[in-house]
Design a protein around this ligand. Structure first.
Ligand code: ZN
Length: 220
């Protein structure tokens, strides 16, 4: 791994084991954080300091509280701009717990940048393409770094599963359509890093994910 160009460090934190990712362009030391679970900001800051990495941006895959919880703290400590898709902006500004009992208050914040499908988030030499993948929430995005073959899927696609669609703004058909039209066409060796659970590959999910297989069975 001496010539590795990118580092992907997961921070699995908070009451529902949400994973935020610190992604580093190792040559420049510039870093991007994708989702900021509760109780993750302190460890992310310590890791940045330990390596001398500079956080250049914070990207939020979608507006659910478990992915946005420490975004305001991390942004406040680093000055890194926070981006989210415009259709999930209201959830970042006014977080909702949807009946989930939380032992701490939710803190809203205003994003610095609103994302659209096709936007690019740059971090050193890395280029993260913004894919709009609604269905879990209306403004969910996945981030794809094509040259490294890495994809951050938030709560759209998990290893062997898919995101829930019973929360406000969710739609099973829209979610499966997003997966089939936006994610499955990516190269099968693409490494997919989800917001919960183990990482996987696009090829593995295309072959084994029961929700995808069932959908393709019925609609193709
Ligand atoms: Zn979610």
């Amino acid at each position: 791994m001496d010539d590795a160009r990118v580092g992907v460090l997961p921070f699995d934190r908070g009451p529902v084991e949400t994973i935020g990712y610190l992604v580093v362009d190792l040559r420049s030391g510039m870093a991007l954080v994708i989702d900021v679970p509760f109780q993750s900001a302190g460890d992310i800051l310590a890791t940045l300091a330990e390596h001398g990495w500079k956080l250049t941006a914070i990207a939020i895959t979608h507006g659910h509280w478990d992915h946005t919880g420490d975004a305001a703290s991390l942004a406040g400590a680093t000055g890194a701009p926070v981006s989210i898709h415009r259709l999930d902006e209201a959830m970042l500004v006014t977080p909702q717990s949807y009946g989930f009992a939380l032992p701490f208050p939710l803190r809203g914040m205003t994003p610095d940048r609103l994302l659209e499908h096709g936007d690019v988030l740059a971090c050193g030499s890395l280029r993260f393409e913004v894919l709009h993948v609604p269905g879990h929430t209306p403004g969910h995005v996945a981030l794809f770094e094509r040259s490294e073959g890495i994809l951050f899927t938030g709560d759209v696609l998990f290893r062997g599963s898919i995101g829930r669609t019973d929360l406000p703004g969710g739609s099973y058909d829209v979610l499966l359509d997003s997966i089939v039209t936006q994610i499955l066409p990516l190269p099968e060796e693409t490494r997919a890093y989800p917001g919960h659970g183990s990482d996987t590959s696009i090829g593995r999910e295309r072959k084994n994910n029961p929700y995808i297989l069932d959908y393709l069975d019925h609609f193709e």
